[in-house]
Design a protein around this ligand. Sequence first.
Ligand code: SAM
Length: 316
Amino acid sequence: MAKAGLCAAKSPPVARGATATSSSPNLQNTPTWKASSTRGVFPFTMQYATLVERGTCHALHFYRVLPMFRDLIDDLDDISAGPEILLDVPFVPTDDSVIKKMLGLARVKATDVLYDLGCGDGRIVIAAAKACGAQGIGVEMDPLRVADAMENAAHARVEHLVDFIEESIFTVDISGATVVTLYLLESVNLDLRPRLLSELRPGTRIISHAFSMGDWKADEELELSGISLYKWVVPAQVEGAWEWEGLDGNTYYVELQQSFQEITGTAWIGDTEVVLSCATLQGDSLELHIEDADNAVHVFTLIFAEGDVKSVFENV
Ligand SMILES: C[S@@+](CC[C@H](N)C(=O)[O-])C[C@H]1O[C@@H](n2cnc3c(N)ncnc32)[C@H](O)[C@@H]1O
């Protein structure tokens, strides 16, 4: 690949904003759970109402139980323990065998910094540290889970690699992550999505246990005896108009539209409109196939950083 000349211009990216969740202590359509000292797990529903009343979580109306959280309710009475902290998702741990697949899907290595958003007892960050030598940050709102996670990290002798932050996944700084793991809910993933797209660096891998991300299609999906694992690679913002000089001395110009990692657009060589036959975005790297009037295909790789093209390479 040879470096092509660069004279890129870009229109402003689509504005994105963070979204916060509501946690009003009344009858709700948006699910919340109280922080709990119980190690019990919940069957999980997508649609239900929860009544939270002066420190006690009552009646759960289950309409549809999803297989992902089909474990038993241990002891509903125990849910009332602890301070008034409303969780977006209850604690349901990921099995070790599934964690192994999640780390494999993310291709976690020693240079990675893995954030588990809603880390529970810390098992994913601890496994990433133990198995891959990666640094890990667990983010968890339930202080009792954080205490468990710290104890588990000490027991696994990985305290030097991991840290646990007692904070909401909706406010914590995630910009340092190179891998993010999630075991939340599709609705919570969707609330987090604007932050994942705008605050994570392009190329950061996101792995979700069981829950997808709405119309942001996964780059990879793995099926594990009825449970899906999803992987996304955070795409750079590439929408706009870009121009550069090819090795043949021609000016190449593209106008691109973007929906997550999917890119469409139009290309010109000089003043002639030509065919943009392929546009593949992977993190910060955009490969474009541009067909000239003689059907010869010119392949360029544009590397993006901070909303701008940093370099252009041409396959020769
Ligand atoms: C389904 S568990 C997953 C635990 C762990 N990631 C795993 O896969 O084993 C979800 C965790 O998210 C935590 N949680 C729920 N809402 C949260 C929020 N807004 N901020 C931080 N943690 C939250 C819960 O306390 C719970 O431990």
